[in-house]
Write a protein that binds this ligand. Structure first.
Ligand code: ASP
Length: 439
């Protein structure tokens, strides 16, 4: 059995955290391939090494003296090396980095050094082989991740290695220069490595005990989710409940490898299993509830709309022409309402409305701002009666006016629109009915 284990920045922020990670890896012999992030924050006022690198490189690019900043970064690594009493020196590495900064090797190169150096330390600490991600993770000439080439080279490389450390977050372009994934991209590397070595599980270790049923900033101590499907996770992450980089799902999902989100500071906790499909019932009718504020509802009315072939297409074209993406679109016989992001819409409001008039010629339009959308997500809802009824009676009891209802055709989620001011109250009411009182 082979497990790929990825550790986030807060799990590797200091020598103490490294020691916890060492214990976790040594506790299970199947944890053979390790993907580290760069050192993260040690406390809330601290700065992540990745951010320090970006700042330091910005100085280099502006031809300013960056030596003090680079020394501060070196100190972060040295304190980990000394704290673990390792016999490794990054002296030469930092000389190279300094020279590359002077040559203006690029912001991606700079940022990638966070993971690269942490990988060297990790490999030394564990006695595992170090594999530079630039040699095994590839992007094509358009900067898009090259899954085929990576799979070929990486799987071959790992085949010959009993154990290895592959730093997260970066790879190389066809010309050999360094490219990073978007922020938080070490999650993606972990997933790619898991696919390449046909791991039986991809463990993603972070500082929370997995996905939670609701946002802990709204609900005190929300219950953890034990098992969630990729589709449920996507619905919830889209609404802001994110523990994982969105693109991390694709490589392992294709390969049928489950992801286990675990907590480095609470290794006994089982965390959350993210799986393709499961017949395991969730603990509650709903798997999770999440939402976002800041939407505008554009209501469009036209008499006999249902008889006018192409009306919806013309109306939607008004949004498309102005580059506005659409969130939800509940409709009636003579009405349709289009939900859009307020921040995106505000600057283009009048252009969209005049396009709408020109293209679809509605009888009446109305705009309503400051709305929030809440997604109640659960694979279990399909087979249960009365879920929607319970949601709406809970909201009515909490004196919340529901402005929109949209049940996805897969019956995996129910989307509810409320005013921004009612957002937190609504989440609490829904959490209460399904999780606390379980009525
Ligand atoms: N260190 C990178 C970041 O801060 C990548 C990662 O941690 O996943 O975004």
């Amino acid at each position: 059995m082979v497990k790929v284990v990825k550790f986030g920045g807060s799990s590797l922020a200091s020598a103490e955290q490294f020691a916890k990670v060492g214990d976790i890896i040594r506790a299970d012999k199947s944890r053979k391939y390790v993907v580290p992030s760069a050192p993260g924050k040690r406390n809330s006022k601290d700065t992540k090494v990745t951010d320090m690198l970006y700042e330091c490189y910005a100085l280099a690019e502006a031809d300013k003296d960056f030596r003090v900043q680079l020394m501060k970064i070196k100190d972060r690594y040295d304190s980990i090396i000394n704290g673990l009493k390792l016999n490794v020196s990054l002296e030469e590495e930092f000389k190279t980095i300094s020279a590359k900064f002077k040559e203006k090797a690029g912001a991606d190169y700079a940022a990638s050094r966070g993971e690269y150096l942490n990988g060297i330390i990790m490999a030394n600490y564990l006695g595992y082989e170090f594999v530079d991600a630039a040699e095994v993770i590839f992007f094509d000439e358009h900067g898009v991740f090259d899954a085929d080439k990576t799979q070929k080279v990486l799987s071959k490389r790992l085949e010959n290695l009993e154990t290895a450390v592959v730093p997260g977050f970066y790879g190389s372009n066809p010309d050999g220069s360094i490219r990073t994934f978007s922020r938080g991209g070490s999650d993606i590397t972990g997933s790619i490595v898991a696919k390449a070595c046909k791991a039986s599980i991809y463990e993603n270790w972070t500082d929370v005990s997995g996905c939670l049923v609701a946002d802990p900033r709204i609900i005190d101590n929300p219950k953890p989710i034990k098992v969630i499907t990729y589709r449920e996770l996507r619905e919830l992450s889209y609404m802001g409940a994110s523990v994982l980089h969105e693109d991390a799902v694709f490589p392992v999902r294709k390969a049928g490898i489950p992801i286990n989100i675990r907590n480095t500071n609470d290794p006994e906790a089982e965390g959350t299993m993210i799986v393709d499909s499961t017949c395991q019932k969730a603990d509650y009718t709903i798997t999770g509830v999440a939402g976002k504020k800041g939407f505008v509802a554009v209501s469009i009315e036209k008499d006999q709309m249902n008889n006018e072939v192409g009306f919806c297409r013309k109306a939607l074209q008004a949004f498309e022409e102005n580059g506005i993406s659409i969130e939800h679109m509940p409709s009636g016989i003579d009405t349709m309402t289009v939900f859009v992001h307020q921040a995106e819409f505000e600057g283009k409001e009048q252009q969209v409305m005049s396009s709408l008039r020109r293209l679809a010629n509605p009888d009446f339009t109305e705009l309503e701002a400051d709305l929030a959308l809440i997604a109640v997500v659960g694979r279990g809802m399909k087979s249960q009666r009365g879920t929607a009824g319970r949601i709406f009676s809970a909201l009515a009891h909490a004196e919340i006016n529901v402005r929109m209802i949209d049940q996805g055709s897969s019956e995996l989620n129910i989307i509810i629109g409320v005013s921004n001011d009612d957002f937190e109250k609504a989440i609490k009411a829904i959490y209460d009915i399904f999780v606390v009182t379980r009525l």
